[in-house]
Every structure is written in C-alpha cells, then in structure tokens.
Design a protein around this ligand. Sequence first.
Ligand SMILES: [Zn+2]
Ligand SMILES: [Zn+2]
Length: 331
Amino acid sequence: MTPLFRPRLLNPPFGDPALYVGLQGEGSALLFDLGDISRTPARLLLKISDVFISHTHIDHFVGIDHLLRLNLARNRVLRLYGPPGIIANMAGRLRGYTWNLTDTYPFMVDVHEIGARSLRVRRFACSEKFRPGPEQRLPFNGTVVDHPNYRVLTQRLDHNGIASLAFRLEEHCHININKDALNRLGLPKGPWLQTLKKNIREGRPGSTVIAVPPADGRPPRPFSLEELARELVHISRGETVAYVSDSGSTPGNEKKIKKLAAGVDRFFCEAAFLERDCARAARSGHFTARQAGLLARACNVKKLTVFHFSPRYERHPEDPAAEASEAFRIG
Ligand SMILES: [Zn+2]
Ligand SMILES: [Zn+2]
C-alpha cells in the first residue's frame, strides 16, 4: 500500500516544531507549525500549500519570513490557518518590510483565523503591498480543510491562558491498486491511476470513461470507471495523523486530545520536559515525556513521536523519547 501522507519533523527533537506532511501523488505538502525551517531544502518548502499554526510563540512562527521570501516571486496562493489573533500577527509581520518594488508579483497569502464558531479569512496580496483585503466570515464546525482526498480537523487547547490548536489529518479512504490485476490486464502504471482514484473519491458515475494508455505507445483505450474499479481497486480505511503542540496535561486539554487523536496511525506530541520536572511543565504549559506517552496509550494510537524537548536536556543522559516510549508501551 502506498501511503498518501508522508509525515516527518523538519528539525531534530531539540529544534523548533515544524511537521511536514508530503502528499503522495499530489506534488504538494502540508506544514504543521512554522518554527525555524532554514535547514530544509527550498524544493521541499515550495511544495507547501497549507500551513497550520498552533499558536504564535516565536518558536512556532519564526519561519514565516523564510517561507514568504521563497514564494514571493511565484504565482500562487499560500493558505495559512491559525488561532485567534493570527490575522493581526500576519499583518504586523508583513508591515515590518518595505514593498515598493514588488507591485507586479502575483503572490498572495490567505490567512484563516479559527474562532470558536466562525472562520475569518483575509487575503494579503503582494501586488497590494500586503495590505489586508476585505474580511470574509465562514461558518466553522471543527473542520478546517475539506479536500477531496483528506480533511483537517482541529481542537482548541489551553496553553497557559492562550489558545493552542491541535490538528488531526485524515484521509477520507485509502484506494489501493491491485498490481497483479494490473499486470493480468496488461495495463501500465502511470498518471492515469491518479485520475482513476480521483474519479472514485469524487463519486463519479460508473459509466465515466477513463482513457488508459497501453504500454506499447498505441492510442489510449477507453474503460468504464465501473470496470476498472471492479478489476483493480480495493478501498480501505484512510490514514490518520494527529499533531499536538504546546498545551500541557490538564483535564480539559486531555479530554479534547483523546477525542482528536483517538486511534490515529501517527501521533506527534510535544514533550518539553522529563517527568521529574513536571511542576515546571505545568507552570509553562507543556507536557512531560511520560504524560505524552500515557496520553498516546489512552488514545490507542499506533505510533508515537515526541518532539520539542527543552534544551536543558541536550547534554543530559536521560532521554525524553525513551521516557515517552516506556510510558506508551507499559503505562
Ligand atoms: Zn513552543
Ligand atoms: Zn508555546
């Protein structure tokens, strides 16, 4: 099975948070939190279409300048989603520069501010010197993005008095192509398989015609969607990824995380402190590694990855990842 999501942290666990999720077959990527991303190759960063910000503490947002600079001369729209205040944060960031030579650049950023019941959207266009455009208000019920292949859901956690958004990324369903059947029918691999998957996901009628190019370079042969789906396709449960950043072990936060991350395949959870520093973790709105491990266990996730370790442990023999892993396995 070829996974749709390719999640990976861009920095080592002591570095800034930034979870990159490449989308197989889409040529694009999603980013959860935007810490320092300067060590990541531009070819990867330029694939990012949507950025989800938990909160705007500097270690989660400082990479915005780097991303803007890379995209500035390109004809594209970058979408940014974040907690209350993100529009003002973005406006302030953009006001910090002079934009007198970029009037012909088509680049834009659409900033989505996630409130309790509504989504406020404002467009910042380079050609308008990044002055915010008129506000659009959309209803909001917890789903931030609903793409034909996947959706992104959020829960608003508490991080010492400010909102910190946690996210769940889920594929609607996973469409597997039976390679043996493909060989048996003498059909080649190629971009037409993406067209087939897209038609199935969009619920197109079985009579829809799909042109399949034969391997020997002759003209494409028409097949019905129904025929191809019957012979080649197996549909299984979609993949799921949850991302929990700075927040901490409070009953309110844990209740929301258990709902958001229930049964996910990959769980990325902040774990700034070791359990012996749990008082410090509680004071600063962070998890200990043990708390993250127990939470992952309670959520029944398949795989846990902890990140965002405090620099105080960098030259320390005790490993937060080992503490989290032990709590996850043994409780
Ligand atoms: Zn942080
Ligand atoms: Zn923080």
